[in-house]
Design a protein around this ligand. Structure first.
Ligand SMILES: Nc1ncnc2c1ncn2[C@@H]1O[C@H](COP(=O)(O)OP(=O)(O)OP(=O)(O)O)[C@@H](O)[C@H]1O
Ligand SMILES: [Mg+2]
Length: 495
């Protein structure tokens, strides 16, 4: 383990790190911070939740002169929520040095952003569409940018964003330092990256698996129609502290979130068709545990760091192994443990094998919990609640009524009735989720790079590609995305 002191980090940043409770650097921080401080271009690849944000944030802040009141650092991220989170982490890291960052993203009034930009933040964390808007209007000046970071770099250089990224980079001085970070970096994307950089050093952690060791990974083989009941049984049986349920389309997010509410769970959905206000509101409720189950498209798959997420469910199998790695990486962060459960329809078993092979992870078969087990789980949760009340709260006010009940009935009957009242019986209400096509790997197509297809999505046949489009992500490919951009600049997320 390397201490931050050994990495020659300046006093103000050391002070911030101490305040944040960071004692030692993580491996990716120890290896990339010295290179980046020397001014080198770096491609950094390390597992989810291992501190890549500080790995690029610290060297960026080191180079900034806050007295200049000019934008000197630019970080580009794929989603608005991630941009906000990264800006917050940068602000914590830069606080003692007086380095301020600002997040800039679509779905927010332009005027307000322009006013805030006049305040002179040193670092801007932006989503690509809105950033381009600002660059074109000259409301973000790029001339003084020394360091540019692409967070979730492989996503940023994939077909949904690559044109925007090229346009952005054209506006940044050639002398810039470029840092690319992600937990995944398919070879094809790495080649594109290298062309945009100046002789980059690649830093890849030694771990064999692409996924984090302390996430237990399971799959349940299950017909499409039984997925929802299996999900609620699982939630009842295991009572996750916080869970994220990923599914493939926005419509399914809405249906599943509604269905979970119907069955008494505190669940809400998040996807790109919601207003930005609603997206932030849902995410904040989840962070504050006012919502226990977040149902999401891949808009929430990358980068989000929410403590207390114990379970990730792939209600629908992700389109590609990289997606799997990022989704399950929303749990098991910074050394904590987590559990990932993927629902696989029988026809998707081959697709699961591809994911296992590419990620070099073992995904273990799990039997779906039975209705009986789910019921028992619900009762256990009610019993736990009761235990907590017994241990913590003064109960004297209830003693008189309790004694009266015990005169009429035996204690077991009284407690059973209390448990029954605490167990939500409306969870049996039928819920219908509209079906989608399974993703399957067609024989002979595995490994082919279909013309026009994204370069890193080499693992799939035709059906997989069409499934991808159903997801509302990268819809219609590059041209359509570009068209979207021109019509509704940066106002629409494609997740
Ligand atoms: N040196 C450190 N010591 C303790 N905690 C740390 C350290 N570095 C980062 N963290 C914390 O670890 C968590 C994960 O960090 P971060 O979000 O940067 O991970 P990441 O590698 O970017 O993950 P992802 O691939 O999912 O984006 C955060 O809560 C962060 O504050
Ligand atoms: Mg990250």
């Amino acid at each position: 383990m390397t201490t931050f002191k050994e990495l020659n980090i300046s006093q103000p940043i050391m002070k911030s790190l101490e305040k944040m409770g960071f004692e030692e650097s993580t491996s990716i921080q120890a290896e990339t911070i010295p290179l980046a401080m020397q001014g080198q271009d770096v491609i950094g690849q390390a597992q989810t939740g291992t501190g890549k944000t500080a790995a690029f944030g610290i060297p960026m802040i080191e180079k900034i002169d806050p007295s200049q009141r000019k934008i000197q650092g630019l970080i580009i991220a794929p989603t608005r929520e991630l941009a906000v989170q990264v800006a917050e982490e940068i602000n914590r890291l830069g606080q003692a040095k007086g380095v301020r960052s600002m997040s800039v993203y679509g779905g927010q009034p332009m005027g307000r952003q322009i006013r805030a930009l006049k305040d002179g933040p040193s670092i801007v964390v932006a989503t690509p569409g809105r950033l381009l808007d600002h660059i074109r209007r000259n409301t973000i000046r790029t001339a003084d940018i020394k360091t540019t970071v692409l967070d979730e770099a492989d996503e940023m250089l994939d077909m949904g964003f690559i044109e925007d990224i090229r346009d952005i980079l054209k506006n940044i001085p050639d002398t810039r330092q470029t840092l690319l970070f992600s937990a995944t970096m398919p070879k094809e994307i790495r080649d594109i990256a290298t062309n945009l950089m100046n002789d980059p050093t690649e830093v890849k952690m030694k771990e064999k698996k692409m996924t984090v060791e302390n996430i237990d990974q399971y799959f349940i083989e299950i017909p499409e129609k039984q997925k929802f009941d299996t999900l609620t049984n699982h939630l009842d049986y295991y009572s996750p502290q916080l869970a994220i349920v990923f599914c493939r389309t926005k419509k399914r997010v809405d249906e599943i979130a509604d269905g979970l509410q119907t069955r008494g769970f505190r669940a809400e959905g998040i996807h790109g068709d919601l207003t930005q206000g609603k997206r932030m509101n849902v995410l904040n409720k989840f962070k504050n545990s006012r919502v226990d189950v977040l149902v999401a498209t891949d808009v929430a798959a990358r980068g989000l760091d929410i403590s207390g997420v114990t379970h990730v469910y792939n209600f629908d199998i992700p389109q590609d192994p990289e997606g799997y790695v990022h989704r399950i990486g929303r749990t098991g962060r910074a050394g904590r443990t987590g559990e990932a459960v993927s629902f696989i329809t029988p026809r998707e078993m081959a697709h699961l094998n591809v994911i296992e092979k590419v990620t070099k992870s073992k995904i273990q078969r799990m039997a779906p919990p039975t209705n009986q087990e789910a019921k028992r789980g619900q009762q256990q949760a009610a019993a736990d609640k009761m235990r907590k009340n017994i241990e913590k709260q003064p109960l004297e006010d209830y003693y008189e009524t309790a004694s009266e009940l015990l005169q009429d009935y035996d204690s077991k009957t009284v407690v059973a009735a209390a448990l029954k009242m605490m167990t939500k019986e409306r969870r049996n209400i039928p819920v219908n989720i509209s079906s989608i096509q399974p993703i399957s790997v067609k024989k002979g197509q595995q490994g082919k790079n279909k013309k026009g297809g994204p370069p890193n999505k080499k693992y799939y046949g035709k059906r997989g590609q069409s499934g991808r489009n159903q997801g509302g992500r990268n819809q219609g490919g590059r041209n359509n995305r570009k068209g979207n951009y021109q019509k509704r600049p940066s106002s629409k997320s494609h997740y």
